[in-house]
Write a protein that binds this ligand. Sequence first.
Ligand SMILES: NC(=O)c1ccc[n+]([C@@H]2O[C@H](COP(=O)([O-])OP(=O)(O)OC[C@H]3O[C@@H](n4cnc5c(N)ncnc54)[C@H](O)[C@@H]3O)[C@@H](O)[C@H]2O)c1
Ligand SMILES: O=C(O)C(=O)C[C@@H](O)[C@H](O)[C@H](O)COP(=O)(O)O
Ligand SMILES: [Zn+2]
Length: 383
Amino acid sequence: MIPVDVHSPASSPTVVHVPLGERAYDILIGRGALAASTERIAALGARSAMIVSDGHVLPRHGEALEAVLAQAGLRVATITVPPGEGSKNYAELERVSNALLDAKIERRDLVVALGGGVVGDLAGFAAAILRRGVRFVQVPTSLLAQVDSSVGGKTGINAPAGKNLIGAFHQPALVVADTALLDTLPERELRAGYAEIVKYGLIDDRAFFEWCEANAARVFAGGPERDHAVAVSCRAKAAVVVEDEREEGRRQLLNLGHTFAHALERIVAYDGARLVHGEAVAIGLVLAYRFSAQLGLCPGQDAERVRRHVAGLGLPSSLAEVPGGFGSPEAILDAMAQDKKVKAGRLTFILARGIGESFVQDDVAADDVLAFLRQAAAEAVPA
Ligand SMILES: NC(=O)c1ccc[n+]([C@@H]2O[C@H](COP(=O)([O-])OP(=O)(O)OC[C@H]3O[C@@H](n4cnc5c(N)ncnc54)[C@H](O)[C@@H]3O)[C@@H](O)[C@H]2O)c1
Ligand SMILES: O=C(O)C(=O)C[C@@H](O)[C@H](O)[C@H](O)COP(=O)(O)O
Ligand SMILES: [Zn+2]
C-alpha cells in the first residue's frame, strides 16, 4: 500500500493519507492548514487536549492552536518545555507526564505537540507511555518536523549513551503541517531542516535531488516550492513507513547519514548551540556518500556533488565544521556502537551506489569506518 493524496478544492490543504490499518492517519499540508483542521480535530471525538510546546513556539502560535481546539469543542491545557535538544531527557518527560496526569488526560483525549521535532518526539513519547497509550496530534512548526519527525511514529528521548535510545513507536492520530507557521522559524533552523528534505532525493529519488539543486533557494524563501518540498517529503516518508512501520528493513534507509549524525550529536552532548540535528544530518549525508565512494561503491563525482550542494547552502559538510571539535575518530566510532541499526555487535550503514541509489549494508567492518574517519578528520574545511 502506498500513501494516497486526497484531491481537494484549490486553497484547501493537501492531504496525504498514511494507510496503516487501525493506525491510519492523514497529514494536512499547506498555508492555513491549522485553521482548516477544526472539523478533523472535532471528528477525533476527544473531550480534552493538552498542548505540549516550547518557549519559542507557544508565544508565536499557541493562541491560533488554542482557538482551533476550543472551536473543536475541547477543553485545553498547556505545558511548555525549554526550547532545544536538551529537553529530550528524563526530567522533561517526567514533568510533561505529570502535567498530563494532573490535567486528567484520558486515553481518548489528545496530546497535541506544537513545535519542532524535540517537542514532537518528547510529547509523542509521553503520549505513548501515559496510561499505556494516549492519542496524539502533531502540529509541527519547524521545517524539519514538517518534512520528517511528525510523520512515522518514532517518539523518544535521548540518553547520555546516545540519541533517541529511550522511545517507542506511537503513530499520531493526525498531522497538521501548516507551512505558514514556518514564517517565524529562524534561518539557521530552516537550513537545518532542509537536510532532511534533500535526504529523500539521496535515498531513492535522483529527480527530486536535481529538483532540490535547482530550487533550494526558493524552498528557503517560502512560497509554492516550500509547500511542494514538504508534500514530496511527507509522501516519500509515508511510503516507507507504510511498508516497514517498525524499521525491520526498508525504513532503515530513512537513517541515511544518521549513523554519523547521531554520533556527533552525542559528542557535542546534544548542545544545539554547537550542532542541531539537521546540521549533523547534513554532515552525515556528505560523509555517507564519501564513505561509499571510499569503499568503491559510489562514483567520487556523486559524493562531491552532494558535498557541493550541502556546503553551497551554508550547511556544515565536514567533521572540521563541528563547532568546538568532534572529539576523535575513535570517539565517533565508540558512539556509533549505540546505533539502533547495530546487529550482533556489527555496524549497519546506509550506503549509496550513486545519487538516489542508497541501500542498507549490514556488517560494515569497524576498521573500514575508522580508516575513513581518520582520513575525514585529517582534512581541512573544504573550499
Ligand atoms: N521522530 C522522528 O522521526 C524524527 C525525525 C527527524 C528528527 N527527529 C528529531 O527532531 C529533533 C530536531 O527537530 P527540530 O529541528 O525541529 O528541532 P527543535 O524542535 O529544537 O526546533 C528547532 C528550534 O526552532 C524553534 N522553533 C520551532 N518552530 C518554530 C517556529 N515556527 N517559529 C520560531 N521558532 C521555532 C524551536 O523552539 C527550537 O529552538 C531532534 O531531536 C531529532 O532527533 C525525529
Ligand atoms: O523515521 C525514521 O525512521 C528516521 O530514521 C528519520 C530520521 O530522520 C530521524 O532522525 C529519526 O529520529 C532517527 O531515528 P533513530 O531510530 O535512528 O533514532
Ligand atoms: Zn533525522
